[in-house]
Design a protein around this ligand. Structure first.
Ligand code: ADP
Length: 374
């Protein structure tokens, strides 16, 4: 049904010239992150930061060119700061980017490694684990950034106690991340209105993601934790392609393992050549808040077996614990709120292992890893 192709969009963009360079923006390798969903088109135009203020006209011309194509319902083009760390120069019509723009990966200035925290479905505690791992990485002495990319329910600002606050943009071009517990934090929720119907959001989300990676002053960071949207659909797959990931951590509950959802998460990252660093089993067992007794209500341990079977690492099991819920929901993740608790120790252990796997294996950004786990 959808006749609108990437090639058709790139063809019209080849008629849009960079006013300073004289050549068209596709041949110059400036177009990235092209995404087409049901007639809604989004893409980024990469420009040197100092030229940004002068190129609003170029951005609008690019939008208008694509709008004129039959079948186009909406077009969102964003100017993004060109990354100083681009790998090969993307020049000429046969560059990898113009052949397959959605596959383009880009480094994020100042950030050494990016790790996704993902889950096969919602409600398994992915955001809770992501927030606690982030503060545990910080407690381990690393410089940490968190990107909340869970467009279906951005909750990391709340988990880190900064809900309601917005990032500042002194010049209208770059964004300064929020700071909480010494972490730099941004949420896609700041740029994509939650009220916007999901069907319209595809291109907006991709543009917002590009902006998060290119236009945010993250500062020097050892590691960025990305709280991914739950599930393994197109949106998640595209995101996994768009973010230059060093690895992924899969969060699952015992039931999730039983229903094979976690395995789909693993398969998704393998499809895009992102190494799965390991599986965390959340709500693994229940600790009674009164007597402290442990009950294995969901026959826990499935994640460990599944990880072994799939040849990935089992990173640890987090119990279903009232205190974990209360501390998360009140914006004080337990890994910070109760640093001496066994849970905090567990998160720091998992954080150490994740960093070891990322840094130790040389799986840093630039160039992105191409490791496939069998
Ligand atoms: P997801 O990101 O997978 O949708 P959340 O992290 O938002 O899930 O968690 C869903 C709910 O479960 C939250 O109220 C959270 O506090 C709670 N929760 C998550 N992990 C635990 C845990 N280990 N023990 C108790 N409650 C938890």
């Amino acid at each position: 049904m959808n006749a609108l192709s990437e090639e058709a969009v790139l063809d019209v963009l080849r008629r849009v010239a960079d006013p300073d360079k004289g050549a068209d923006i596709v041949s110059l390798g400036m177009v990235s992150g092209l995404i087409i969903r049901d007639g809604n088109v989004g893409f980024a135009i990469e420009v040197e930061p100092e030229r940004g203020p002068r190129l609003e006209g170029l951005r609008q011309a690019a939008e208008r060119a694509v709008e004129a194509l039959p079948g186009v319902l909406s077009v969102t083009a964003v100017l993004t700061a060109e990354s100083p760390h681009r790998e090969a120069p993307r020049r000429g019509g046969d560059s990898p980017v113009s052949q397959n723009p959605t596959m383009a990966r880009s480094a994020v200035a100042g950030v050494r490694a990016i790790v996704a925290v993902a889950s096969g479905k919602g409600g398994v505690g992915k955001s809770t684990i992501a927030a606690n791992l982030a503060v545990a990485l910080k407690a381990n002495g690393l410089k940490v950034a968190v990107l909340d990319a869970d467009i279906y329910g951005p909750s990391v600002p709340r988990l880190l106690g900064v809900s309601g606050r917005r990032p500042a943009s002194p010049d209208g071009k770059v964004l300064i991340p929020l700071e909480s517990y010494g972490l730099a934090l941004m949420s896609m929720g700041f740029l994509v209105d939650e009220e916007t119907p999901m069907i319209w959001r595809g291109p907006m989300v991709m543009s917002a993601l590009q902006q998060m990676l290119r236009s945010v002053l993250w500062g020097e960071r050892d590691i960025m934790i990305v709280d991914m949207p739950p599930g393994t659909g197109d949106a998640q797959l595209t995101m996994a392609q768009q973010v230059p990931l060093s690895g992924a951590v899969i969060v699952s509950t015992p039931q999730d393992i039983a229903l094979l959802d976690a395995r789909r998460g693993l398969a998704m990252f393998q499809k895009v050549d992102v190494p799965v660093l390991g599986i965390v089993e959340n709500m693994s067992y229940f600790v009674c808040p009164h007597c402290g007794e442990r009950s294995d209500i969901f026959s826990h341990g499935g994640a460990r077996r599944e990880a072994e079977r799939l040849g990935t690492e089992f990173l640890g099991e987090v119990p279903l614990d009232l205190e974990i819920r209360e501390t998360s929901d009140s914006g004080h993740p337990i890994a910070i709120a109760r640093p001496e608790s066994p849970h905090a120790l567990l998160f720091r252990q998992m954080a150490r292992r994740i960093w070891e796997k990322v840094a130790g294996e040389g799986a840093l950004l630039r160039p992105p890893p191409r490791i496939v786990i069998e």
